[in-house]
Every structure is written in structure tokens, then in C-alpha cells.
Design a protein around this ligand. Structure first.
Ligand code: PRT
Ligand code: ZN
Length: 286
């Protein structure tokens, strides 16, 4: 019986580096495979298929690959029958409507009767349907942003990340339709052995993601304000407190969530904390 799980990843492009990095943090080393379709993975019973991202949903739906990593936008566009297992937190972008800068976009009804260029016709189609809008969809693969400038479209529906491409084409983002990031997808009929392997992989990914979302914080606190300072740190359970050689001072260690980070740091300083050190966490299992 095959005791390996087959993972499909993008061969080259925007997702490739983030995917290889995530796997590496999970202790899985993937050789780049040269020109080959298959690559070997070390550190996990896994076989890796290197594909164009467009092909990954079909491979996973058919069971040629058991699982895959690609952008949520591509999964939704292809509409294949696969399970979206979890978000992975990299290759973040959004799919937006953009119009020429001079246009006054009054709201979604402005799109009625207009020509919209996109490389995501299916996502656009369902958005138009949901909003009862009737617009002409022009499907284009690549350089969608130039189409309004050459009179081919009135608006575009495209991936936006920094917004630089829109700006350099005299376009403005007027409506964010969906947010996307890399996701892990799976075939819906995995056997028990493969389900177990997927769970093991998810466990590793979760530990890496948690670590990425948190920082380890060390600081010195005067005894008379210790309780106040402890109260400011939403730690894992409770912070570690160690006495310093200097009388009346303690060293305090804890974990702070990325979202609360700057606010907490500011409050700690105001409460008399000194020598604050913030360090990245490699893995986190709680
Ligand atoms: O060859 P293959 O088919 O595998 O790759 P691809 O050319 O289809 O895709 P690729 O590698 O360009 O992108 C893969 C995935 O990365 C996408 O499906 C998204 O999920 C994600 N992603 C994240 C992006 C971007 N950011 C991005 N900025 N995909 C494309 N872009 C393009 C966008 O199309 C637009 O033209 O970058 C431009 C906008 O960028 P800003 O920064 O100027 O706004
Ligand atoms: Zn592609």
C-alpha cells in the first residue's frame, strides 16, 4: 500500500517560494526537481508534483494528487470538487474592480452594461449574478490592466496586491470583491492512511502558523509595578517571572500576539518596563 501523500505545488511563480518556505519550516525539504514533474521530499512521507497552479485543482479533484497548495482565487475560479482544508497566510492579495482614475464610480450599479476585462471570469460571473448586474465579461489571460487604456474595456476585475500596477495604468481600485491567500486543498475521498498523513501535516502547519502569529517577549520590571505589568501581557497561560541579580527587579517572559503587539509594547513602556526584547518564535505547540 502506498504510504506517501502526494502534494501538488506550483512549479514556478509567485506561490513557489512561499510554499517551499512553509514546507521547510514544517521540516520538509523539497528538491526543486529540475525540469521534472516530480520531486522528492525529505522529512515526511510525501511525493511532490510540480505543476502550473491552474492545473492543481483538477489533479487534486481527480486524485492524481492527494493535496495541493495554491491561491484561493484559483481554487474558486476552477470550481472543482475539492476540500479547502485551511488558509496558509502567504501570497495574500485581493480581487477587485478597478476603473480609470477619471471615472466617478457611483457604486456597483455603475457596472451595468459595461465591459469588464478579467482573467477570473467565473468568480466575476458569480459576483455579477449575486448582485443582479448585467455586464459584458471579456476574458483575457495576462495584462488585464492595459485594456481600459486601449479602449477594450470600461473596467477590470483583477488581482491587486500593492496597487502599483493599477496606478501605473491610470486605474483606481473601487471595490474589493474577495480576499485571497494560499490555501491547502485536499481530495474529498482520501483513504484512512492519507487522512492520517494530512492530519500530521496540518499539525506541523498549525505549529508554524501559530509561531508566525506570535512573538516571544522578554522584559525587566520593577517589583512595585510587577502586577500591573503582568496584567498587560495576554500570555499563553501566565508569564514566567525570574528575579534579577539587581534587588527589586524581575525578568518577565511571555508570548504576545502579533495583532496586540504594538499596543502592548507601548503600555508596557508606560508602566515602567525596561530592556524589552522581542524575538521570533520558531514553532509553537499548545
Ligand atoms: O505559471 P503559473 O500558471 O503556475 O502561474 P501564474 O502566472 O498563473 O500565477 P502567479 O505565479 O503570477 O500567481 C500565483 C498566485 O499568486 C495567484 O493566483 C494569486 O493567488 C497570488 N498572487 C499574490 C498574485 C499577486 N499577489 C499579484 N500581485 N497573483 C498575481 N499578481 C499580479 C496581478 O495579476 C496583477 O497583474 O500582480 C499584479 C498586481 O500586483 P500589484 O502589486 O501591482 O498590485
Ligand atoms: Zn496560473
Amino acid at each position: 500500500m502506498n504510504t506517501k501523500i502526494t502534494l501538488a505545488i506550483q512549479k514556478s511563480g509567485r506561490l513557489n517560494q512561499g510554499t517551499i518556505e512553509l514546507l521547510s519550516r514544517c521540516g520538509i525539504k523539497v528538491s526543486n526537481g529540475g525540469n521534472h514533474l516530480k520531486a522528492l521530499a525529505e522529512g515526511f512521507p510525501m511525493e511532490v508534483l510540480l505543476l502550473r497552479d491552474d492545473d492543481i485543482p483538477q489533479y487534486v479533484a481527480d486524485g492524481v494528487a492527494d493535496i495541493g497548495i495554491l491561491g484561493l482565487n484559483e481554487v474558486l475560479e476552477k470550481g472543482k470538487d475539492v476540500e479547502i482544508v485551511r488558509k496558509l497566510g502567504f501570497s495574500r492579495c485581493r480581487l477587485s474592480i478597478a476603473v480609470p482614475s477619471a471615472v466617478s464610480y457611483t457604486g456597483r450599479e455603475w457596472l451595468s452594461g459595461k465591459r469588464i476585462a478579467t482573467s477570473y471570469p467565473e468568480i466575476l460571473r458569480s459576483f455579477l449574478k449575486e448582485n443582479s448586474l448585467d455586464a459584458e465579461i471579456h476574458t483575457i489571460s495576462g495584462s488585464v490592466e492595459i485594456t481600459p487604456g486601449i479602449g477594450m474595456a470600461d473596467a477590470i476585475f483583477e488581482i491587486v496586491s500593492s496597487g502599483g500596477t493599477l496606478l501605473s495604468n491610470n486605474l483606481k481600485e473601487v471595490d474589493v470583491i474577495m480576499k485571497s491567500e494560499a490555501v491547502l486543498i485536499a481530495n474529498k475521498n482520501l483513504n484512512q492512511t492519507k487522512i492520517e498523513l494530512l492530519k500530521k501535516l496540518e499539525f506541523r502547519i498549525e505549529a508554524v502558523r501559530k509561531a508566525q502569529r506570535n512573538k516571544y517577549i522578554l522584559l525587566n520590571a520593577p517589583k512595585n509595578r510587577l502586577n500591573e505589568i503582568i496584567g498587560l501581557i495576554p500570555g499563553m497561560k501566565s508569564p514566567t517571572i525570574l528575579p534579577l541579580a539587581q534587588e527589586g527587579w524581575f525578568s518577565l517572559h511571555s508570548v504576545v500576539n502579533e495583532d496586540d503587539f504594538w499596543e502592548v509594547i507601548g503600555k508596557l513602556k508606560d508602566a515602567g518596563a525596561e530592556g524589552i526584547l522581542v524575538v521570533p518564535i520558531e514553532k509553537m505547540v499548545i
